[in-house]
Design a protein around this ligand. Structure first.
Ligand SMILES: [Zn+2]
Length: 272
């Protein structure tokens, strides 16, 4: 058993903004048959109009006599690129302070991917928020963002400058802790794996409980839906096999023991 401490920090809670909001069966292709049950059994992910309520969690991993690692940086300030669709500002800086951490204390930031709600908190007023941290990102993710351009590139990633540390493939963060590619949602998406899948901080591999019910259920904003489904299916199968814990930013709870999830075991797909 690892003695790495893992602390979830809630950066924000709220609905997807109007610019990206679609009816749920459209947002999650292939999910039509699942909503009645989800509304009954996971009411906390639905708003008053039935809309999706997202949590935006980040995770701090404290390695004894090793680095302090932050996985994802949340939405960021009022003028973050996430403002176009998400409930900015995020409160991550306050949450870190509440646990006794100054921005300077973060040694490594792992960016699961370069969407605005995961990287938006890395820069404020044009300056890096975590000045002593190397910001680990997959090279494939950076290439993808650079080929498309946009405010995340210009306003967040470029200002990180030399703090950005592009890597390819698996990266060891500490003994029994590594970042591994989990592509599909974005081309260079990565997750943080503890031990033998004791726990996986999985970014947007799984976004909604509907994808625990059926990992083949897609997400309209996945870059490669087929690859994303394959990654999700394999990751959830691995967690089940090892009785592991899923830590995913947008799920209703920051830690979900996959074997206990309402959607797993004998209640898994086929039973809905
Ligand atoms: Zn996200």
């Amino acid at each position: 058993m690892s003695n790495i401490e893992i602390v979830p920090l809630c950066d924000a809670i709220g609905p997807m903004g109007a610019s990206l909001r679609r009816p749920l069966p459209e947002t999650f292709p292939g999910s039509d048959a699942l909503w009645e049950r989800l509304r009954r059994e996971t009411p906390e992910v639905f708003g008053p109009d039935g809309e999706w309520i997202l949590r935006f969690h980040c995770f701090v991993l404290r390695v004894p006599t090793g680095p302090t690692i932050l996985v994802d940086t949340g939405l960021g300030p009022e003028d973050s690129p996430a403002a176009s669709w998400a409930p900015v500002p995020g409160v991550l800086p306050t949450a870190l302070a509440d646990m006794g951490l100054a921005p300077e204390d973060i040694d490594v930031v792992v960016l699961t991917h370069l969407h605005s709600d995961h990287v938006g908190g890395a820069v404020a007023k044009g300056e890096p928020v975590f000045p002593n941290a190397r910001h680990l990102v997959q090279r494939a993710e950076l290439d993808w963002l650079e080929s498309g351009g946009g405010p995340v590139l210009d306003d967040v990633v470029r200002p990180l400058g030399p703090l950005l540390d592009p890597v390819t493939g698996e990266t060891t963060l500490a003994p029994a802790l590594k970042a591994v590619p989990t592509p599909g949602h974005t081309p260079g998406h990565q997750s943080v794996v503890l031990g033998d899948m004791e726990l996986v901080v999985a970014g947007d591999v799984v976004l909604h409980p509907v994808q625990l019910a059926d990992p083949s259920v897609g997400y309209i904003y996945d870059d490669d839906a087929e690859k994303a489904a394959a990654t999700r299916t394999a990751l959830l199968a691995g967690l089940r096999e090892h009785d592991g814990v899923l830590a995913a930013p947008h799920l209703p709870a920051p830690f979900i023991r996959v074997l206990d999830a309402w959607t797993s075991g004998d209640k898994a797909r086929g039973d809905v």
